[in-house]
Design a protein around this ligand. Structure first.
Ligand code: AKB
Length: 316
């Protein structure tokens, strides 16, 4: 039986992952931590929760030691748009938090997961069917952090034998906890505004395609990768994963199947638009399929129907 420590457990991924892992491994075996409570609130109610600043190496080590964890899932990080507003802070949080979590994993001999991102690619990477192994020259602070993070995780595996694993997440779509400060957040906002007001103004321009995935598939992917046979993992840090690729028009068309009078307009934000244009249109996910059986189950159509149902149920 695993005992898992999650950092950033109140965030978009953390809040749903904590609940799922507690169902699999038991509430006592999943220690949720965050710098502040938040998220769905369940991560504090359903099992152990500790307030933790990942930049505090000693505190991180002490919490992991107190619960005798054997797995660390390190989610605490700043996303792309926020990182671009405060690049120095992003460097300290994203890199400082990661190295502290890796050191703890090394000292306590833990298995380790850290999310990477489509942000590791840049304008010099192939835009379509972006390969697993290709040019990685990102032009954002977030992307630089993520590339350095992938390399650090590889280093801790090769040098110290820490069982590090990671996924390059695309935009993640969910209804429970909102994403914060990402470039792909527009997709989630569009669902909520479509149900609330039947209209949405997109900060990402028409024709800008990005990879996306529904949260249940993202959670399944983390669990599948962490359970995968280590002998089969060639590209540990980190695997391209994605379930769909769309631009704002394509998503709006899908929403109109359920809300025919939904109106989409544009007010493009130059910073987030530039970030989006530097990222791939569509990833090649062959390595994840072949090495550990990645198989997302939500298409754009299935995801949109499910999302709209849940968002309608949540809004007053
Ligand atoms: C962001 O937009 O910053 C994230 C990501 C793709 O890593 N959702």
């Amino acid at each position: 039986m695993k005992t898992i420590l999650i950092t950033g457990s109140s965030g978009q991924i953390g809040s749903e992952l904590t609940t799922r892992l507690r169902k699999i491994y038991g509430a006592r075996h999943v220690v949720a931590t965050d710098i502040k409570p938040g998220g769905s609130g369940l991560e504090q109610e359903e099992g152990p929760f500790e307030t933790l600043d990942v930049n505090d190496q000693r505190a991180l080590h002490d919490v992991a030691g107190k619960y005798k964890v054997d797995t660390i899932i390190h989610l605490a990080a700043l996303l792309s748009a926020t990182a671009e507003k405060s690049p120095l802070f992003a460097w300290h949080l994203n890199m400082g938090g990661l190295i502290n979590a890796l050191e703890t994993a090394k000292e306590l001999q833990c298995q380790f997961f850290a999310p990477s991102s489509i942000g590791v690619f840049g304008p010099a990477s192939p835009k379509d069917s972006t390969p697993q192994v290709t040019v990685q020259r990102p032009v954002t602070m977030y992307g630089i952090n993520k590339v350095a993070g992938e390399l650090l995780c590889d280093y801790y595996y090769a040098r110290f034998g820490v069982d590090t694993r990671g996924l390059r997440f695309p935009g993640l779509i969910s209804y429970l906890t909102p994403p914060g400060g990402g470039t792909t957040d527009y997709a989630v906002e569009m669902f909520f505004e479509a149900v609330r007001s039947r209209a949405y103004t997109s900060y990402i321009g028409q024709g800008t395609f990005m990879d996306m995935m529904y949260m249940p598939d993202a959670i399944d992917a983390i669990i599948a990768l962490m359970e995968a046979d280590p002998a089969k993992l060639v590209n540990r840090n980190a695997y391209n994963v994605s379930a769909m690729s769309f631009d704002p028009e394509l998503l709006a068309a899908e929403i109109r199947r359920s809300i025919p009078d939904f109106r989409l307009t544009y007010q493009v934000d130059p910073v987030r638009q530039q970030i989006a244009e530097s990222w791939p249109d569509r990833l090649d996910i062959t390595a994840a399929r072949q090495e550990w059986g990645f198989r997302p189950s939500y298409t754009l159509e299935r995801m949109a129907v499910d999302m709209l149902g849940h968002v309608a149920a949540r809004l007053p």
